[in-house]
Design a protein around this ligand. Structure first.
Ligand code: IVH
Length: 678
């Protein structure tokens, strides 16, 4: 084989592997490569293409992001108009839709429908010519859209080439481009940090991102695509109904909703609406309803359209995720690290399926940016598990006499000065542990499940203990006496005894839990674990300077600064000593010689599933990790051992299929001693 040939073969294989990985990840939702393996292949391909530019082709996975900003978007007529949908808001509306179908077709019982989620993004038309993506158009006014091909190409879930070969010569695919909630929150967070305009919702963020003249910006916005139909087709066949058509698109490598269903019975339509309504909050993206479509394309044609909407489809909407209500007041709350955050008190409003009366305004800058004033009409958004937010103030509706919101100069709880540090969007109370609010929040964090895990020491109880000045620092918790606790409201002898037992139990902890419990700014569980893995002892962590902290995975200069600062505060050192004097302890690290003999787990990959006696999966994970093992969430060919407890399910089956070694609860003890049972 000549060198050129060998090179071409490698480049071809790399591209194929990357396309396949994308397909597995985006379309099948079943990743085949880890991120780092993907990056490795991608970098290799990039390197070969840089060294041999003649091998670059437009459909190479490396060629998604162009670098020349478009000066404007060309208007292009759609070959077939892009329509919209009629809406139903109640079961009665849905019945009326079905009645209209019956009037035209008769026998609704035999009608088959598809049920799909109604994604809340922006409609797009993608044209593939002989399997290659050649054009992406916005919906525009339905007749004419804008050519945003260079932006569309940056979206990883849109294939640059279709899979297989049996697709029509020209295939127009239609679907929705949307921004997953996490990407949206992260984008707004970045915008806020830069003091730039935030987006009201993921839909606006998606369409704004698509209309960027510089595709490199679009590429950073983590947009996704999901197909819901086809448009113009020439030179080939597509299936004769919606359901099979979407499955066919999936075969061709295009993402189709995993919530797609065929409904043979009318009763299934309402059940689907109800079911998806319940799932809605847990999805990673916004949906605003479900769409029912008559499945058979022949019947669709027979039914036709009324004005801009087809008679054969209906969008059955969910409660809106944005509503307008009145802002009654803005309160300021003080968190664990002293951050003063504004909270909007609202006239109760039904939004996103629940009644909301409090919402976040993010930070003090945001109040100024939004110019929110008590008495204003505001847009409240609630989607998924995210806290309801005030996203817009209807300043145009304001009565002229509303006073501006003053940013507090003093802490509303302790009266200490509130400072806004340079470069930080957050204002902080400077009271430290003299501030009751910070004390309460620090103690809540200290007692929480992933920290010291003090069962029965809930938020209300901590608040009472601080308010009555029975507890000022974490150490005071361990000095509480049964009589004192039993005397508190809603506590009795028994709950007092239980709390003391729980406190006692928590004395025996793990170092990473303890470090996390200290509540150092931006030191979460993962960072605490990394610190312990790197330094082994509390003394070493306390003595570490910024430079040595930077050697710990995931620790950057800011976090390193917080850690050093924390351990320089005499108050914090006092709290740590106090806790150790009160008997809080953790296992000492293994010596080097022990480590050598205990290296059997080193570098081995484990998956833990099912219920194991005594220890939680989290705890076992942490202990195995300190022994050098890697613990991952899903079984693959790379898994060395599956540790399966009671009621292990699909992971156990997968491990069996892949021939992964399986260990049971009886092996746990020796594993934790660093020995792999044979
Ligand atoms: S079908 C003729 N299916 O909703 C049929 N649309 O309100 C036209 N949408 O512009 C569209 N999810 O952007 C269809 N599963 C889905 C959809 C969907 C979201 C959007 C689409 C359309 C708008 C109409």
């Amino acid at each position: 084989m000549s060198d050129t040939h060998r090179l071409q073969t490698e480049v071809g294989k790399l591209r194929e592997a990357l396309r396949e990985a994308n397909y597995r990840y985006y379309v099948l939702d079943d990743p085949s490569l880890t991120d780092s393996d993907y990056d490795r292949l991608f970098q290799r391909l990039k390197q070969l293409e840089t060294e041999n530019p003649e091998l670059i082709s437009d459909d190479s996975p490396t060629q998604r992001v162009g670098s020349i900003p478009a000066s404007g978007f060309t208007e292009v007529a759609h070959r077939q108009p892009m329509l919209s949908l009629d809406n139903a808001f109640s079961d009665e509306d849905l019945d009326a839709f079905l009645q209209r179908l019956t009037d035209r077709l008769g026998t609704p019982e035999t009608l088959v429908f598809t049920a799909e989620p109604k994604l809340d993004g922006t409609a797009i038309s993608l044209t593939y010519e002989r399997g290659t993506l050649i054009q992406g158009l916005t919906r525009g006014d339905g007749e004419t859209g804008e050519d945003i091909t260079s932006n569309v190409r940056t979206i990883n879930s849109i294939p640059l080439t279709l899979r297989g070969s049996a697709y029509p010569d020209i295939l127009e695919i239609r679907g929705e481009i949307y921004m997953p909630r996490q990407a949206f929150e992260a984008l707004n967070e970045r915008q806020r940090a830069k003091g730039e305009k935030t987006f009201v919702n993921p839909r606006n963020a998606a369409s704004g991102s698509l209309r960027q003249h510089d595709a490199r910006i679009t590429a950073q916005r983590q947009l996704e695509f999901c197909a819901y139909g086809t448009g113009f087709v020439e030179g080939g066949q597509i299936p004769s109904n919606q359901f099979e058509c979407l499955l066919q698109l999936r075969e061709w490598g295009v993402k189709v909703s995993h919530l797609l269903q065929k409904c043979d019975k009318l009763s299934e339509l309402k059940a689907y609406h109800e079911h998806i309504g319940k799932e809605r909050d847990g999805l990673s993206f916004d949906i605003d309803g479900v769409v029912f479509k008559v499945n058979d394309f022949g019947l669709q044609q027979k039914l036709g359209f009324v004005s801009r909407a087809p008679r054969w489809a209906i969008a059955y909407k969910f409660p809106a995720q944005e509503e307008v209500t009145r802002l009654l007041a803005i309160d300021f709350q003080v968190g664990r690290t002293g951050a003063v955050t504004p909270v909007a008190r609202l006239e109760p409003v039904f939004v996103g399926g629940v009644t909301v009366s409090n919402a976040t305004l993010h930070n003090l800058h945001e109040i100024q940016r939004l110019d929110a004033r008590a008495g204003d009409q505001v847009v409240v958004r609630r989607a998924g598990d995210v806290i309801p937010q005030v996203v817009r103030v209807l300043t145009e509706k304001r009565q002229s006499d509303l006073p501006r919101t003053e940013i507090p100069e003093n802490c509303p709880v302790c009266g200490s000065e509130v400072l806004m540090l340079e470069g930080e969007a957050v204002a902080r109370c400077t009271g430290g542990m003299t501030c009751a609010a910070q004390r309460k929040e620090s103690l809540k964090h200290f007692a929480s499940r992933k920290a010291m895990d003090i069962e029965g020491l809930g938020e209300k109880l901590i608040e009472t203990l601080v308010e009555l000045d029975m507890v000022r620092s974490a150490g005071d918790l361990y000095r509480l006496e049964a009589d004192q606790i039993a005397g508190l409201e809603r506590m009795g002898r028994k709950s007092a005894d239980n709390l003391l037992k729980a406190l006692d139990k928590s004395r025996n902890t793990r170092l990473d839990r303890f470090v996390y419990a200290l509540g150092i700014r931006e030191v979460g569980e993962a960072t605490a674990k990394n610190l312990v893995r790197h330094f082994s002892t509390l003394e070493a962590i306390m003595e570490a300077d910024e430079e040595s902290l930077l050697a710990v995975p995931d620790i950057g200069p800011i976090v390193a600064g917080h850690i050093v600062h924390f351990f320089r505060q005499p108050d914090n050192l006092g709290i740590i000593n106090d806790l150790r004097d009160l008997g809080v302890h953790w296992p000492s690290p293994r010596s080097e010689s022990e480590e050598e003999t205990a290296s059997a787990l080193d570098g081995k990959t484990f998956v833990i599933t099912g219920t194991l006696p005594d220890l939680s999966r989290d705890d076992i994970k942490a202990r195995l990790e300190t022994l050098g093992a890697k613990v991952t969430g899903s079984v693959s060919k790379k898994t060395d051992y599956l540790l399966a407890g009671e009621a292990a399910g699909s992971k156990l089956e997968k491990a069996r299929t892949l021939g992964v070694a399986i260990l049971g609860p009886e092996h746990l003890e020796s594993l934790l001693e660093g020995v792999i049972p044979v």
